[in-house]
Design a protein. Structure first.
Length: 223
């Protein structure tokens, strides 16, 4: 099968005029969703580990509910339904940021919960013996170690999150994939555009995965 690719399509104009803008939004969305997801997810994890039903049950319902719904559906629901409730549009970019933070928090919550549970109970008891409150024990003893233990998993989830940013095409947000798509339409070369997008995503994500593996090995050696 001869695809008859136009190699002249791959030039600096493609990157400067179409891709960089989309890549910038994809990276910003990934960073904000990661930070917000980890913070919100940590709160959810602590709620689930609190031993109090009035905290555990709502957190469990939220986490299990979010993890049971495809991300693209959450994006579409928020983008289409929230404007009907508040009476005005909120924009594709804002919808994407809010949706990703809310959705990824459910996944980061499970990662953090596993990390907290991996800490020896002896250290928790030692903190309590020193007179630390629950909050102090978590902040000074448990969470720093949990973050270190879960760092490779957190970074892996962040890479997956970056890949998922391509789903914002469903609401018209200008991400990296959208940039390639627009370039393909403008120049009449959709095959070349999607091929370039696939290669770009692969190179970026493979490189990041390789760095995470190196980091994991270093952490393992330090332990």
């Amino acid at each position: 099968m001869n695809l008859n690719l136009d190699w002249s399509f791959y030039n600096w104009t493609l990157i400067s005029d179409f891709v960089i803008k989309g890549l910038y939004f994809s990276v910003v969305l990934t960073v904000i969703a990661t930070i917000g997801g980890v913070l919100f997810g940590t709160v959810l994890a602590l709620m689930r580990l609190s031993g109090k039903k009035w905290l555990d049950v709502p957190a469990a319902i939220y986490v299990n509910g979010m993890r049971s719904i495809p991300l693209v559906m959450v994006i579409l629901w928020f983008f289409l339904l929230v404007p009907l409730v508040i009476g005005r549009p909120i924009g594709a970019e804002v919808s994407a940021i809010v949706t990703f933070v809310a959705f990824e928090a459910a996944y980061f919550s499970e990662i953090m919960r596993a990390g907290i549970q991996s800490i020896s109970r002896g250290q928790v008891f030692a903190g309590q013996a020193m007179g630390m409150t629950y909050g102090q024990n978590m902040r000074l003893v448990v969470l720093p170690q949990a973050f270190r233990n879960m760092l490779p998993v957190l970074l892996t989830q962040t890479i997956i999150l970056f890949q998922d940013t391509s789903l914002v095409y469903a609401i018209g947000a200008y991400d990296m994939l959208k940039g390639f798509e627009i370039a393909g339409k403008n120049f009449g070369r959709p095959i070349e555009a999607y091929l370039a997008a696939a290669v770009t995503y692969f190179v970026l994500c493979y490189s990041l995965s390789w760095m995470v593996k190196r980091l994991h090995k270093k952490i393992a050696i330090i332990r």
